[in-house]
Design a protein around this ligand. Structure first.
Ligand SMILES: *[C@@H]1O[C@H](CO)[C@@H](O)[C@H](O)[C@H]1NC(C)=O
Ligand SMILES: *[C@@H]1O[C@H](CO)[C@@H](O)[C@H](O)[C@H]1NC(C)=O
Ligand SMILES: *[C@@H]1O[C@H](CO)[C@@H](O)[C@H](O)[C@H]1NC(C)=O
Ligand SMILES: *[C@@H]1O[C@H](CO)[C@@H](O)[C@H](O)[C@H]1NC(C)=O
Length: 363
């Protein structure tokens, strides 16, 4: 069941890595660019389809002599899968996810699928660089997704006596490449006031490349999903937070995702951190929805620039009334928007505000 999505995601990510989003984030308004954009997608689709066809019809083991082997190590890892079962009732190989991870040999060369039974796992999880090819599959559906939960914030004191900072506040931290998660809930329950310094509380940080998340949910407030760096794919995911709740300099595609804002003041969904013109980085949201509640009267901007070259694109997406029109925010990026539905057309919401008003320092 898991192998097909893996394969597709990896092909996709590889094709994404060859391309740059640059030309699509600028001057999208112009007709010529639009046609260029369409033909880019058409060509990309053709390329992807032919890669898929080639790699399934040929590719001898190890790939030597074959015209196309995208990633031999990955292919071998996928061909030699192992599984581990985690269940809190003792029916699996381990009762905790951490024990399951600790059982994987360093510099692992096989795809390790960790099947996780429903339950709330109060664990701080780290998948280090030395453990590639790990997959978490939550064994349930809908509302009882297996949950990994924590409540660390940037200002919590770590074992070295110093504040953890944003990076180490993550409930789940993935430094390994080729990580995949299916049907898992990642959570940081730290209570949060918008803009409270040191309140950053990450649910999941992904720093490894070629990672994919299917049917997962991410719950937090400030800084929920640290899309730190690398090529990432998110499909059918739910991401909830208040301030900057998708942030980092990942090069990521979010398809069919729901972003839900719970900020009380005016906040921002994304804080993209592309810091220089050569950095391959950007967030692209396609067929997604941005919704939320205006509990404290605030709305939400789609993005603010955390780096001078930040890139965010929304296509074919829906913005609920919570989403403030994209004009006039000091320090905010104006994400490129293509064929989206904007519910909020209220001119009052177009006032200039300073995002510094709500955002505390970034650690
Ligand atoms: C995990 O559980 C499945 C059945 O749910 C079983 O087929 C498989 O052998 C188990 N794996 C291990 C390593 O025990
Ligand atoms: C975090 O969770 C732990 C365990 O439930 C609890 O003891 C602690 O008080 C919580 N910390 C905060 C700041 O809420
Ligand atoms: C995600 O959930 C949908 C149903 O909502 C299901 O059809 C699909 O197979 C799931 N994806 C994976 C990778 O399990
Ligand atoms: C661009 O930023 C990345 C990430 O911070 C850094 O690794 C790289 O060296 C930078 N490149 C230049 C040309 O400054």
């Amino acid at each position: 069941m898991a192998s097909k999505p893996h394969f597709q995601a990896i092909l996709f990510l590889l094709s994404l890595s060859c391309l740059s989003l640059e030309s699509y984030s600028l001057n999208l308004e112009r007709e010529a660019d639009y046609h260029k954009w369409i033909s880019w997608h058409v060509n990309n689709f053709r390329k992807k389809t032919s890669l898929e066809a080639e790699s399934t019809t040929q590719a001898p083991p190890g790939g030597i002599g074959s015209k196309l082997v995208l990633d031999t190590k990955l292919r071998n890892a996928e061909m030699n899968k192992v599984t581990i079962n985690v269940s809190q009732d003792g029916a699996g190989n381990f009762k905790t996810i951490r024990e399951a991870i600790d059982s994987i040999p360093l510099h692992n060369t096989r795809r390790v699928i960790v099947f996780i039974k429903p339950g709330v796992y109060r664990e701080k999880i780290a998948v280090p660089r030395t453990l590639p090819y790990v997959t978490f599959i939550g064994e349930s559906s809908g509302s009882d997704q297996p949950t990994i939960t924590g409540n660390d914030t940037a200002s919590v004191t770590g074992i070295d006596g110093r504040p953890l900072k944003t990076f180490q506040s993550a409930t789940v931290a993935i430094d390994a490449n080729y990580f995949v998660a299916v049907n898992m809930k990642f959570e940081n329950t730290a209570a949060h006031e918008d803009g409270f310094a040191g309140g950053q509380a990450v649910a999941l940080r992904i720093s490894g490349t070629k990672a994919a998340f299917y049917n997962c949910s991410f719950y937090g407030a400030q800084d929920t999903l640290y899309d730190h760096k690398g090529l990432h794919y998110f499909n059918n995911c739910f991401i909830q937070g208040s301030v900057d709740f998708i942030f980092g300099y990942g090069q990521s595609l979010y398809e069919n995702c729901k972003l839900n804002s719970i900020g009380k003041k005016v906040t921002s969904v994304t804080a993209q951190k592309r810091t220089n013109a050569t950095l391959e980085s950007g967030f692209s949201f396609k067929d997604s929805k941005v919704t939320g509640t205006r509990s404290g009267g605030g709305g939400v901007y789609l993005g603010r620039a955390w780096g001078d070259y930040s890139r965010v694109v929304f296509s074919y997406s829906y913005f609920g009334t919570i989403v403030l029109p994209k004009v006039g925010v000091t320090g905010a990026i104006l994400p490129a928007i293509r064929e989206c539905i904007m519910e909020n057309t209220n001119a009052v919401d177009r006032e200039l505000i300073s995002l510094e008003e709500y955002h505390g320092p970034v650690y």
